[in-house]
Ligand binder design. Structure first.
Ligand code: NAD
Ligand code: LMR
Length: 329
């Protein structure tokens, strides 16, 4: 092994997504089959023992790319030297909890983590927030890290992107690999907008191939947007392996690039493109190259799409106002 290992910090390492994620990071799926990694697992004190158990299992895999595992319950140590940080651990919504309560509880997690990243992470740190509400948690962490370029803080909508591709492939009887240029706009929530108007299926416009606006509005969009709730209903727990898979996809694409002629969806700080207020962490179509992403520009947004993008962005603005009032940003 000649390359210097990349330090990957994973929060919520003892949770269900953590369990599905860590083995794939250690086996080279996150960064590449030739990139050694050092894992830094961050948990709360109650999660430390389970994290130690997971670390024992990681040892038992004898992964050639795994150059070390350390476990912490202090964010300052957990993010020390981190090149990539996956912020998975979050406070789930519990019975009777209002949105404001949930945002406040998560502010207590993501603000100190942002501060620790600011103080201790490596200069090239890339952050993916998975823990919900992912976009606004990313905004809280980013606001707490003024010395880190804002664009390094991203939120996960890749699971929504993958879900949308899968639904579209099933509807049109096409292969997943034939579908390109699909976009998730807005928030990782039920207001998100999966957009197929610029998507292609084997080179043909996806909306024309589908040819059924009613299917779009009444079946496709709600199925994708409410898939997380449907999984919770069916499994009795929120998506874990598919969420971990999407986190792997998100970082792998960010680091290694999008394929020629294709793009992906990432929650990123808006630069004002497509009328999304600058600074909101909203999902956009992006291309990635050399470890950087760019918003795809110049897409025509029709009336159908505009209304839906605006509704999701409005929700993000309200979440931002709420965390601002709580003094979290
Ligand atoms: P989980 O409850 O199984 O695990 C969460 C883990 O985080 C626990 O082990 C807990 O101890 C730990 N944790 C809590 N606070 C922490 C802190 N301050 N520092 C470090 N660790 C901490 O939950 P899960 O199923 O793994 O899901 C994690 C989050 O991901 C949830 O918020 C869930 O809603 C979200 N999620 C997001 C997406 C997405 O597409 N963006 C998809 C699925 C799930
Ligand atoms: C998902 O999309 O599967 C999750 O964000 C659902 C959830 O609320 O944890």
């Amino acid at each position: 092994m000649t390359r210097t290992p990349v330090n990957v910090t994973v929060t919520g390492a003892a949770g269900q997504i953590g369990y599905a994620l860590l083995f794939r990071i250690a086996s080279g799926h996150l960064l590449g089959a030739d990139v050694p990694v050092k894992l830094r697992l961050l948990e709360i004190p109650q999660g430390m023992k389970a994290a130690e158990g997971t670390a024992m299992e990681l040892d038992d895999c004898a992964f050639p790319l795994l150059a070390g595992i350390d476990i912490f319950d202090d964010p300052n140590q957990g993010f020390d030297g981190a090149n990539v940080a996956l912020l998975v651990g979050a406070r789930p919504r519990t019975k009777g909890m209002e949105r404001g309560d949930l945002l406040a509880a998560n502010g207590g997690i993501f603000k100190p983590q942002g501060q620790a990243i600011n103080a201790h992470a490596a200069d090239d740190i890339k952050v993916l927030v998975v823990g919900n509400p992912a976009n606004t948690n990313a905004l809280i962490a980013q606001a707490a890290a003024p010395d880190v370029p804002a664009e390094r803080f991203t939120a996960m909508t890749r699971l929504d992107h993958n879900r949308a591709i899968s639904q579209l492939a099933a509807k049109t009887g096409s292969a997943v690999s034939d579908i390109k240029r699909l976009t998730i706009w807005g928030n990782h929530s039920a207001t998100q907008y999966p957009d197929i108007f610029h998507a292609e299926i084997a080179g043909k416009n996806a909306a024309e191939v589908v040819g059924d606006e009613l299917w779009l509005s009444d079946t496709f969009i709600p199925t994708v947007a409410k898939r997380g709730a449907a999984i919770i209903e069916a499994r009795g727990a929120s998506s874990a392996a598919s969420a971990a898979n999407a986190a792997i996809d998100h970082v792998h694409t960010w680091v290694n690039g999008t394929a020629e002629g294709d793009w992906t969806s990432m929650g990123i700080p808006s630069d004002g493109s497509y009328g999304v207020p600058a600074g909101l962490i909203s999902s956009f179509p992006v291309t990635c190259k050399d470890g950087k992403y760019e918003i795809v520009q110049g897409l025509d947004i029709n009336e159908f799409s505009r209304t839906r993008i605006d509704a999701s962005v409005q929700e993000l603005s309200e979440e931002r106002d709420a965390v601002r009032e709580l003094g979290l940003i």
